[in-house]
Write a protein that binds this ligand. Structure first.
Ligand code: FAD
Ligand code: NAI
Length: 475
């Protein structure tokens, strides 16, 4: 006997579980199917983000940052510590507890919002009754009938050809988040977001980290000035970053991994390391969905093809999050999920792709929204730039964390803010003001005229806005 639903969401990551909650809030009879299993085989909704992504990585970043502060920064505050040590298994167990709290929180939210949750693998069977028949392979096989389907199946780590993940020596984000001890030597392939965040965690805990990046530029998507500053700081911290390399061969043995590569000068090199993280991007999850069986269109890279509103080529089938085009970010997935649920309910859901913030949770943090200086130059747009260093901010001095700056870019004629780029303490929190400002099409003068609490890091955003008009007060 099949169960009937207005909406069936396949995938319970941030795109899927949020879509399901919003659909249920709007009065639609909604089910969400997710196959993630915890260590005991039970349900663990929340997807990559909750289980092996955003949440656990931030937990380990926090623990390792505490350790680094205790070892290097506390002395400046007059705090002395003898015999500082790190219990890595305890740190990892704390991370697992944080993950479980989030899994349980989502199960609670499903109950609260009356979303029916199915633990298992969802796949299309066929079009039926103006909707779709969906099979769920869990402890038992069930069939659901859905008027509308939202595919939110997410993404998985991309492996290097010839170097499959074993999660022992060659690690994806999954293995990188559950090492039992800091390796003495850690290789990282790809100096993107995961490489820098996970490289930072294990460097802080004592690993010698070498990052090999194919591109000749560091953090190409980041504003050049900010990326340069980041490169300088990370190198000073001890991350060895090599740009413009070509990976030739990866050999894994009992003792470790050997990476043969060609460096930017064309010389053959070898990196020997105990463990290797491969973080070279992610691939969309569509295997086992039977997309082809119902004619759901995917592109040459495996992403489900959608229009600006997340509609697929099939009537009544939508797709959101990492499995479709656009940045692979949890909050982008969530916004798309909400917008799709609202469209199904006849409302006008909307996602503004121009104001999606990015954050890299290294120390210092890097955060930005809108356009970079190089993008504006390439587009031939006339702009004004202003920046303010945390060195001149009273709160940053009191915190003992004065690295970096806030940089604001505004249209030369209208003064509308076109981009804000931050490297420094709490950049992840500071960027929210810039996102709000840009959503409301604020000018730099608007920010410059707003009263910001003193002493606060956010005063640097106001000062950067003043700098656009060349009238900083504290620098
Ligand atoms: P996912 O979170 O991947 O969820 C998809 C879910 O669907 C999974 O549970 C999967 O098992 C399930 N599924 C797949 N196929 C089926 C099926 N056929 N049937 C049933 N279930 C299925 N983003 C940020 O914004 N901030 C961060 O700080 C951040 N940190 C990250 C750190 C790491 C290490 C990684 C790897 C990613 C990070 N991301 C971060 C990216 C973020 O995790 C993703 O963008 C986000 O999880 C995408 O959400 P999603 O719902 O599209 O997919
Ligand atoms: P990424 O796209 O951020 O970086 C991958 C890097 O690997 C790039 O610099 C690329 O040039 C390089 N690369 C690709 N192939 C290579 C090769 N063969 N040899 C050497 N270098 C190579 O991808 P990453 O770090 O795997 O993360 C995946 C996604 O997860 C990110 O794009 C991001 O969307 C998301 N994420 C977001 C986080 C956040 O918001 N804080 C944290 C972690 C991940």
């Amino acid at each position: 006997m099949s169960k009937n639903f207005d909406v069936v969401v396949i995938g319970g990551g941030p795109g899927g579980y949020i879509a399901a909650i919003r659909a249920a809030q709007l009065g639609l009879n909604t089910a969400c199917i997710d196959d993630w299993k915890n260590s005991k085989g039970g349900p663990a909704p929340g997807g990559t983000c909750t289980n092996v992504g955003c949440i656990p990585s931030k937990a380990l970043l926090q623990s390792s940052e505490h350790f680094e502060h205790a070892g290097h920064a506390f002395a400046d505050h007059g705090i002395g510590l003898d015999n500082l040590r790190i219990d890595v298994p305890k740190m990892v167990a704390r991370k697992d507890t944080v993950v479980k709290q989030n899994n349980d929180g989502i199960l609670y939210l499903f109950k609260k919002n009356k979303v029916s949750f199915f633990h298992g693998r969802g796949s299309f069977v066929k079009a039926a009754d103006g909707g779709y028949e969906i099979a769920v392979a869990g402890d038992k096989l069930e069939t659901l009938l859905a008027k509308q389907v939202i595919v939110a199946t997410g993404s998985s780590a991309r492996a290097l050809p010839g170097a499959a993940f074993d999660e022992e020596r060659i690690l994806s984000n999954d293995g990188a988040l559950r090492l039992g001890a800091a390796p003495n030597t850690l290789g990282v392939i790809g100096s993107g977001v995961i490489g820098l965040e996970m490289g930072s965690v294990w460097r802080r805990l004592g690993a010698q980290v070498t990052v090999l990046e194919a591109l000749p530029v560091f953090l190409g998507a980041v504003d050049e000035q900010i990326a340069k500053e980041a490169h300088k700081v990370f190198t000073k911290q001890g991350l060895k970053i090599q740009l413009g390399v070509k990976i030739d061969e990866v050999k894994s043995g009992k003792k470790g991994v050997s990476v043969a590569y060609t460096d930017a000068a064309g010389a053959a090199q070898t990196l020997d390391c105990e463990r290797l993280i491969v973080s070279i991007g992610r691939v969309p999850n569509t295997t086992g969905l039977n997309a082809e069986g119902v004619g759901l269109k995917t592109d040459e890279r495996g992403f489900i093809v959608v229009d600006d509103d997340c509609r697929t080529n099939l009537p009544g089938v939508w797709a959101v999050g990492d499995v479709v085009r656009g940045p692979m970010l949890a909050h982008k997935a969530e916004e798309e999920g909400v917008a799709v649920a609202e469209r199904i309910a006849g409302q006008h859901g909307h996602v503004n792709f121009n104001t999606i913030p990015w954050v890299i949770y290294t120390s210092p943090e890097i955060a930005w929204v809108g356009q970079t200086e190089q993008q504006l130059k390439a587009a031939g747009r006339a702009y004004k730039a202003g920046s303010f260093p945390f060195m001149a901010n009273g709160r940053a001095r009191a915190l003992g964390d004065t690295t970096g700056m806030v940089k604001m870019l505004a249209d030369a004629a209208t003064d509308e803010i076109l981009g804000v780029h931050i490297i420094g303490p709490m950049a992840s929190e500071l960027i929210a003001e810039a996102v709000v400002a840009m959503e409301f099409k604020a000018s730099s003068e608007d920010i410059a005229r707003i009263c910001h609490a003193h002493p606060s890091l956010s005063e640097s955003t106001k000062e950067a806005a003043l700098a656009v008009d060349k009238r900083t007060l504290n620098f």
